[in-house]
Design a protein around this ligand. Structure first.
Ligand SMILES: Cc1cc2nc3c(=O)[nH]c(=O)nc-3n(C[C@H](O)[C@H](O)[C@H](O)COP(=O)(O)OP(=O)(O)OC[C@H]3O[C@@H](n4cnc5c(N)ncnc54)[C@H](O)[C@@H]3O)c2cc1C
Length: 386
């Protein structure tokens, strides 16, 4: 064996998983397509991640949270959902707590996790390399890299995103929904204060989320058809700012774009299994969520911590860390954590993006029903779960 575990993908899920194995004697290889320099200093990718209280606790335990500059952490005090022209807003507040969650740029999370993993004994980060093939036997797995090197381990973990090559190599199918829409995300400065309130506005033909950042800045997230997004990407910064101001109906005053816009075509994925003989899937490779409910990374972090927790227990007892009983326990736990939020998110997407008149009525009714204090409180509790 060259290693105990080979992790494919040094995104936030793969890095969090490697970090969660700190303090064990396990030898871990993290294989990543991007060069190590890009992992050490990741560039902004437009994603502002709404972290639940639980994720913050997990990042703290992994030693990553304190590495994120306080200037890069924005408080999320309230979330509001608006429907079309209706003046009614469904609101999720923090109750007695100071904040509902935190917003942190994805590249800052990646950088903090990389710093943790880079300093760990027993971890090899193999940047600028991709996986060529995976062969599994009863006692070991051989991961061949594109430069011909072969890694041998007791377990391979796929953390290589929603169209996972590892998942394909393992012969695990997935539910894949390509939604024919894309998200344009960019940072804007605006005239009015956002008061720490995130807004998700489901309008006809478009969805706009405004996520509050520090100062009078927000992350604008606009979802349109692929053709509509193509038209916007052809605009210069000034024209894009004017277009976003118009589409958001001036709620935050005039908006100016700062930095580079980024585009993400929308597709959701759900792997048929999260584990196979000597292999497991975590992060988006297991469940690729629609970003609308802001749960992809939160769920991915849970998957990384759950699997690493089981492995730590087995390693401490001198047991096989790639045993099928352990992998079955991981799969069951993550299915329980992931399926309800994945299904609920897809239902919300379906309800809020359907354009026919019946859907509009249903939308309106759903918003009002969900405003029952009981439901609003449970959603806030989920976000604020310690
Ligand atoms: C616009 C937007 C907003 C979002 N907002 C939120 C939010 O508010 N809250 C939230 O929780 N989530 C959010 N998400 C989701 C979150 O960004 C993802 O869930 C998270 O990044 C997934 O992490 P990952 O490590 O599984 O995958 P990725 O971040 O995709 O990383 C995968 C890594 O694997 C590498 N890789 C891929 N294939 C190979 C290969 N064959 N060999 C080697 N390396 C490989 C890639 O280079 C990459 O570094 C958002 C997503 C988007 C698009």
């Amino acid at each position: 064996m060259t290693h105990d575990v080979v992790v494919v993908g040094a995104g936030p899920a793969g890095l969090a998983f490697a970090a969660a194995l700190a303090g064990t004697d396990l030898r871990v290889a993290v294989v990543e397509r991007q060069p190590v320099e890009a992992l050490a200093r990741p560039l902004p990718d437009g994603r502002e991640i709404a972290l639940t209280q639980r994720s913050v606790r997990e990042l703290r335990e992994l030693g990553a949270w304190h590495r994120i500059d306080a200037q890069g952490i924005a408080p999320l005090r309230e979330a509001r959902v608006l429907n079309g022209k209706s003046a009614f807003a469904l609101s999720f507040g923090a109750g007695h707590a100071e904040r509902l969650g935190h917003l942190v740029s994805n590249h800052l999370i990646r950088q903090a996790l990389f710093e943790v993993v880079d300093g760990l004994a027993g971890v090899d980060i193999l940047g600028g390399r991709a996986v060529h093939s995976i062969e599994r036997g009863p006692h070991r797995v051989v991961v061949r890299l594109d430069d011909g090197e072969a890694l041998q381990a007791r377990l391979v973990v796929g953390a290589d995103s929603r169209f996972s090559f590892v998942r394909q190599q393992l012969g695990i199918g997935a539910e894949v929904n390509r939604l024919g829409r894309a998200m344009l995300v960019c940072r804007v400065v605006h005239d009015r204060d956002h008061d720490g309130i995130a807004t998700e506005w489901f309008d006809h033909g478009q969805t706009i989320a405004m996520l509050p950042l520090n100062g009078r800045q927000s992350s604008a997230v606009l979802t349109l058809s692929l053709a509509g997004i193509d038209r916007l990407t052809a605009l210069d910064q000034e024209a894009l700012g004017a277009e976003l101001t118009r589409r958001y109906q001036g709620r935050l005053g005039r908006m100016n774009v700062i930095g580079q816009p980024h585009v993400y075509p929308l597709a959701t994925t759900y792997a048929r299994h999260f584990a196979a003989s000597r292999a497991a899937l975590i992060g988006d490779a297991a469940v690729g969520m629609h970003p609308v409910t802001a749960h992809g990374f939160n769920l991915g972090l849970t998957s990384a911590c759950t699997l690493a927790g089981l492995i730590r227990e087995a390693a401490a007892r001198g047991q096989d860390i790639g045993a099928s009983s352990l992998l079955r326990r991981y799969e069951a736990a993550h299915r329980l954590a992931g399926r309800p939020i994945y299904t609920a998110t897809n239902a919300i997407v379906g309800l809020y993006t359907a354009e026919h008149p019946a859907a509009r009525v249903a939308r309106h009714a759903a918003l009002r029903t969900a405003s029952l204090p009981f439901i609003a409180k449970s959603v806030s509790r989920l976000l604020m779960q310690p």
